[in-house]
Write a protein that binds this ligand. Structure first.
Ligand code: EPU
Length: 337
């Protein structure tokens, strides 16, 4: 394993922010990780997966460990289901396509989400009515104190909306090495109720969709709404959709009777942050080389050359404006570094 210094992280984050890593190592095996963590040479370390859910606002004064563990395999199977395992450095969408080629069902609604397999459980990625937790079976992670590999079951991970144990209780204590999913082999359970999917399938004139059709529909919706990080720097949804109480929602309805919303539980209502931001007038606004995406207000974009601090400032302006207009707090979904 080679340790390089003064490396630009621009190719390693989907926002395309040009900050530098003091030291950088490409991690290709669990032994590489054990070597780094058993040595005292580089006391400060920073873990980098697919770089698709972070905003880098400064140089990283640490050894950046780029988790590049590759490989995927069928772990075990029955007549109806299969356990597939992918190592942390596998690209998420390529893994989803591989599952679809094998006709393994369960991940099709999560097609085209940027990032890697290893970081997918951290924020319990989700889209179009499906979350990672629906098919997540287990993951193995390296305990950075004992250097032993431990297994986390679905229950252990305490998954919630864009949330898991890896964001809270055990934050910074483990590196996820691989993830195992339980997928269907036939009799797939299809999730087509999310409005945009059924609309897209109808447009495609598909009335009895396969899992491959659903993936195609999702890809088409995402491509029409979300900017491709290869062309325009972004981190997907910058904010989480806020969950408010019934009484807060009643107050919102006084001024905004048509506010879109989803009932989450008896006393919890989710309001799309995209709607709040659009109504606050930010959709499509540009500030020089960065701004708010014109087709989806939840997505902040770097048109090239913006700094992380610029984008952070814009996100704070959006937060204070939304708070002032709607009395609702919206939280960043991306990790701000
Ligand atoms: N909306 C607007 N204006 C906008 C965007 C959205 O008014 O600019 C309103 C509309 O009422 C629309 C509703 O928001 O009906 C929902 O929009 P959409 O279906 O696009 O979903 P979202 O809530 O904006 C969430 C996820 C996305 C995921 C989609 C589809 C979060 C923070 N975001 O967005 O995830 O792809 O649902 O399931 O939960 C990501 O996490 O990076 C991401 C892209």
């Amino acid at each position: 394993m080679q340790i390089q210094d003064n490396i630009s992280l621009k190719p390693y984050n989907t926002f395309g922010i040009d900050v530098k890593a003091k030291y950088f190592a490409d991690i290709k095996s669990v032994d590489d990780l054990k070597t780094v963590y058993s040595s005292t040479t580089y006391p400060k370390k920073f873990i980098l997966g697919g770089g698709s859910n972070m905003l880098l606002t400064k140089d990283i004064d640490a050894l950046v460990l780029h988790i590049n563990l590759k490989g995927k395999s069928i772990f075990s199977e029955t007549d109806h289901s299969v356990l597939v395992q992918a190592n942390a450095g596998e690209n998420w969408h390529e893994f989803v396509l591989w599952c679809l080629e094998n006709n393994f069902g369960g991940l099709e609604n999560l097609s085209l989400i940027p990032g890697n397999v290893g970081t997918s459980p951290i924020q319990n990625i989700g889209a179009y009515g499906v979350e990672l937790k629906d098919t997540f079976y287990a993951c193995e992670a390296l305990n950075l104190e004992t250097l032993k590999v431990e297994t986390f079951t679905n229950e252990d991970c305490k998954f919630a909306y864009r949330n898991s144990i890896f964001k809270h209780e055990v934050k910074g204590q483990y590196i996820i090495l691989n993830v195992t999913f339980k997928l269907s082999k036939g009799h797939h359970e299809l999730h087509t109720t999310y409005g945009a999917i059924s609309f897209e399938l109808e447009k495609m004139e598909i009335y009895q969709p396969t899992i491959q059709d659903i993936s195609k529909a999702v890809i088409s919706i995402r491509q029409s709404k979300l900017p491709d990080p290869k062309h325009i720097g972004n981190s997907g949804s910058f904010f989480k959709n806020p969950v408010i109480s019934n009484s807060e929602f009643e107050q919102l309805k006084v001024s905004f009777p048509d506010a879109p919303h989803y009932v989450v539980s008896e006393n919890e209502i989710k309001v799309p942050a995209g709607w709040l931001i659009e109504t606050a007038g930010f959709k499509g606004k540009t500030f020089g080389n960065y701004g708010v995406h014109k087709k989806q207000a939840l997505v902040l974009v770097n048109y090239g050359g913006a700094s992380g601090k610029d984008i952070l400032k814009l996100s704070e302006l959006i937060q204070t404006t939304v708070k002032r207009l709607f009395n609702i707090t919206i939280e960043a979904e991306v990790n701000i570094i």
